[in-house]
Design a protein around this ligand. Structure first.
Ligand code: S3P
Length: 169
């Protein structure tokens, strides 16, 4: 089946949907943020403070490039991972699932999570808007998530993935 990658803004449900899809396909689930934290020995919030965002993005790029080249798995990426053009290139050959979420719904799902340093940015809504075209460009499969629970989103995706209804692979 190749690697299935989930992309989308914070709060789009990449982890919860990804876990269900992985279980149904009997594939391992990997969260790139969790791998980065394990390897760094610190939470992302601390990496942003101690090393700065550019250093986090470098770690993110190398981790994601490695995961998508690795054995078949369902891999959830952090919401900003696909901003790096090198990471976008590394995704060629993977199924790339974009979980769409409106800004209002994303905010209500994540609240003011202190583990997510980007939420401190006063222009976070602009950050959200500036990413939408990039998510769309890299996606081979898209799903709307507003008002839907993770199980329903996952079922819809499994249908699309197994029927081969993708933009490209
Ligand atoms: C980020 C999203 C986070 C995490 C980091 C930066 C972003 O992941 O990678 O805080 O730039 O959108 P989630 O999308 O899993 O919350």
């Amino acid at each position: 089946m190749a690697v299935i990658v989930l992309i989308g803004f914070m709060g789009s449900g990449k982890t919860s949907v990804g876990q269900i899809v992985a279980a149904r396909l009997e594939l391992p689930f990997v969260d790139s943020d969790a791998v980065i934290e394990d390897r760094a020995g610190r939470p992302i919030r601390e990496l942003f403070v101690v090393e700065g965002e550019p250093a986090f993005r470098e770690r993110e790029h190398s981790t994601v490039a490695e995961l998508v080249a690795g054995p078949d798995a369902v891999v959830a990426l952090g919401g900003g991972a696909v901003l790096d053009p090198r990471t976008r290139s590394a995704l060629a050959g993977s199924h790339v699932v974009y979980l769409r979420v409106s800004y209002a719904e994303a905010r209500s799902r994540i609240g003011s999570d202190e583990q997510r340093p980007l939420l401190q940015r006063p222009d976070i809504e602009d950050v959200y808007r500036s990413r939408l075209a990039i998510y769309e460009e890299v996606a081979t499969v898209m799903a709307d998530t507003d008002g839907r629970d993770a199980a329903a989103v996952a079922e819809g995706l499994l249908g699309q993935l197994t029927a081969g209804r993708e933009r490209r692979t």
